[in-house]
Design a protein around this ligand. Structure first.
Ligand code: CP
Length: 335
């Protein structure tokens, strides 16, 4: 394993191997497994979980890490290919990535979507160019339309909870004051389809996920035996659901147009998960969200503080699965 860019690059057996290794490392810690290894972490965007869980996981395996946050004690970075660098950025990733990777044994990068050109963001042009500049094992810590570490943690969380592989999984749009990237919804719908689930995307009119994301998930479902559909009817979506996964995202139809987006979402503040959403769901339906979440905007306190909420468990699993990823990247399959 040389890169961890996309969970779709891995077969279900390979995902099961990573989840199994994560469990093994939880039960039987190996505090010397990555002794002497260094993980570089480049964050172009803010983080709590990804930042802390990669550092903690690396330390638990005996390795160490360094963090670079461009513009905060370092030069600002330019990511655009062909840019005329006469603005604030003094350093281009074309030099920065090879330099950083020369200091470490593996490099993780977080770089969100620009949010201006949907086709460019869907193509992941800038992120793949950065991955191509790194000669060391490379980890996607969230790109324009992917978040494979979150998807793997969510897969393990459902396994830990004994959610059936064929269970009903509802990914619902929820309200937020502004448009957020497509990375988590894209990774989540694909993950659940790849796991073999009955996936329903619940979203208001105007918030359908782009065809490229839905078609990719449908192709994964065709291989796994799952299904992928979408609706704007909440009760239909949630009937018999084992999991309600809430996420905020921006409209593909208004991509890059802040004013149009604000007009579209203004009447949608009612799309906030509350206890009454779960009426048609299974009695044991779990609530999931990748965090961070805006309380009483996207999700009501009663859900986040209630017995269905698995949000902290998901966050905890970020560390366990990332330890497995780092182990495979830096130690291969030698046990
Ligand atoms: N879920 C997630 O990636 O959290 P952070 O943005 O805090 O890293």
């Amino acid at each position: 394993m040389k890169q961890f860019l996309d969970l779709a690059d891995f077969s279900r057996d390979q995902v099961d191997d990573l989840v199994g290794l994560a469990r093994r490392l939880q039960q039987s810690p190996e505090p010397r497994a990555l002794a002497g290894k260094i993980l570089g972490l480049l964050f172009m965007n803010p983080s709590l979980r990804t930042l802390a869980s990669f550092q903690a996981g690396m330390m638990r395996l005996g390795g160490t890490s360094f963090v670079v946050t461009p513009g905060q004690g370092t030069w600002q970075f330019e990511t655009r290919l062909g840019a005329v660098m006469n603005g604030g950025a003094a350093e281009h990733v074309r030099e920065a990535i090879p330099v950083l990777s020369s200091y470490c044994d593996a490099l993780g990068v977080r770089s969100f979507a620009e949010g201006k050109d949907l086709a460019a963001d869907l193509a992941e042009t800038q992120f793949l160019a950065m991955a191509g500049l790194c000669e060391k094992p490379f980890v996607n810590m969230e790109s324009a339309v992917n978040h494979p570490c979150q998807a793997l943690a969510d897969w393990k969380t459902m396994d830990d909870l004994d959610v059936p592989r064929t269970g009903k999984f509802v990914l619902s749009w929820v309200h937020h004051p502004r448009a957020l990237p497509l990375a988590v919804p894209a990774a989540t719908v694909h993950m659940a389809a790849q796991r073999g689930m009955e996936v329903v995307v619940l979203r208001p009119d105007g918030y359908a996920l782009p065809d490229a994301i839905m078609n990719r998930a449908r192709a994964a479902a065709a291989t796994s035996g799952g299904t992928v559909s979408e609706t704007s009817d909440r009760d239909t979506a949630l009937a018999g659901a084992s999991v309600l996964y809430a996420k905020e995202w921006g409209s593909a139809a208004c991509y890059g147009d802040t004013e149009a987006e604000a007009r579209l979402r203004e009447p949608l503040s009612g799309w906030q998960v509350s206890d009454d959403w779960f009426g048609p769901a299974r009695p044991d339906c779990h609530f999931m969200h990748c965090l961070p979440v805006r309380r009483n905007v996207a999700v009501a306190d009663e859900v986040l503080d209630g017995p269905r909420s698995r949000v902290v468990m998901e966050a905890a699993n970020r560390m366990t699965v990332q330890m497995a990823v780092l182990y495979r990247l830096l130690k291969g399959y030698s046990e």
